[in-house]
Design a protein around this ligand. Structure first.
Ligand SMILES: [Zn+2]
Length: 132
């Protein structure tokens, strides 16, 4: 019987895939390198670094594409739509009042969540070894 092969993070085999996913998500939400958890994954607001400064993991090879905006819109929609409906049912504000509250809130929530969700998608890709 051969011993399981270990990666640099100490996780191995199919039983560790759940732990690896949680580790990748946690590191990604913190916008850190999913491989080591110490280096920065982002060189700007949304731009991935070509490689980690600490472990040299090729972060730039991961392609998040449309997944981060999709999950961001999904999350923000589940916050804003109930808010709009609740406000409409309770205090019945005018349309311009609703628009002046919820349009900026939508933009700010999207801009606030997007980098962290992109980090989580990056961590998920790292956990599942999806590149390119
Ligand atoms: Zn690293």
């Amino acid at each position: 019987m051969t011993p399981p092969s270990h990666t640099e993070d100490g996780l191995s085999g199919p039983t560790d895939s759940g732990k690896r996913l949680l580790l990748g998500l946690r590191r990604g939400f913190r916008r850190k390198c999913p491989n080591c958890g110490h280096g920065l994954a982002f060189g700007g607001y949304l731009k991935l670094r070509p490689a980690c400064d600490v472990c040299s993991h090729p972060i730039g090879e991961y392609r998040c594409d449309d997944a981060p905006p999709y999950f961001t819109i999904f999350l923000v929609g589940h916050i804003v739509v109930p808010g709009v409906l609740m406000m409409e049912q309770t205090i019945k504000p005018s349309l311009w009042m609703q628009m002046s509250i919820w349009l900026p809130a939508t933009v700010l929530l999207c801009l606030g969540f997007l980098p962290f969700i992109k980090g989580a998608v990056l961590g998920t890709q790292w956990a599942m070894r999806i590149k390119g």
